[in-house]
Ligand binder design. Structure first.
Ligand code: URA
Length: 234
């Protein structure tokens, strides 16, 4: 099992400098497997239970969290007025630098990834990535079969901007599944707006091959493992 100096562990886990970690150790609040650790050179196992006071820490360079985003919560790191997806994370997953990868509207629900890995975030949201994003949309009128071809050809939005080819699957009861390969502002709502339909509900079902787990309730989260992270790019 890999062992690391406690000051390095703390600087990674808490995104602080080694000097800040040393100061924290001096304060006597750090424990490893229930024993107080004071010396910065003390080695601990990567899997040791390290705590700062009552908060359990985690030694990982980056964290990747999948959330089933609830309605009414903002896709942002912080906001003065409204609760954000980072605010509602369970305490054991909170750390510095967390942000949502791409944005879902306040009233959109479903699959949202939250991470502190900027390079990863950029790779997923880059227009060059062409990663497929699937949404379930509830519309305020009939989704006509001729829209399939329109979406396939690429819709021109009201402001003249061109969308890439999108897939439209019509479901019963004014519902549809839309697959897009880019992420323009309010894209799905604006695409349906062009054919005169309003979007009542919108839920993201997948990004690449990574699916929203069907049993994950609104607001619940799971940490992604490397295999699941890879599915985003498949
Ligand atoms: N398209 C939208 O209109 N809203 C979202 O939240 C995501 C895609």
């Amino acid at each position: 099992m890999a062992e690391i100096r406690i000051d390095k562990y703390l600087s990674v886990a808490l995104s602080i400098s080694r000097n800040e970690a040393k100061a924290l150790l001096k304060g006597g609040k750090i424990t490893a497997d229930s024993k107080v650790v004071l010396k910065p050179e003390t080695k601990v196992s990567e899997t040791a239970e390290v705590k700062c006071g009552t908060e359990t820490l985690s030694y990982k360079k980056h964290i990747y969290i999948l959330m089933n985003k609830p309605e009414g919560i903002l896709s942002a790191s912080t906001d003065k007025r409204v609760k954000t997806v980072v605010d509602i994370l369970p305490p054991h997953l909170k750390r510095a630098g967390l942000f949502p990868v791409g944005r879902l509207d306040k009233n959109t629900t479903g699959l949202l990834i939250i991470t502190d890995d900027g390079d990863f975030g950029h790779k997923v949201t880059s227009p060059k990535s062409l990663i497929e994003k699937r949404y379930l949309a509830g519309l305020d009128g009939e989704v006509k079969p001729e829209y399939i071809e329109l979406f396939k050809k690429g819709i021109t939005l009201a402001d003249g901007s061109e969308c890439m080819s999108a897939d439209l699957e019509i479901l019963q009861g004014n519902n549809a599944i839309v697959t897009i390969r880019e992420g323009k502002y309010h894209q799905i709502k604006r695409m349906f707006g062009v054919v005169g339909l309003g979007v009542n509900t919108l839920k993201r079902l997948s990004i690449g091959k990574l699916e929203l787990p069907p049993d994950l309730q609104n607001g619940q989260v799971v940490e992604l493992n490397p295999t699941q992270i890879q599915q985003i790019f498949e």
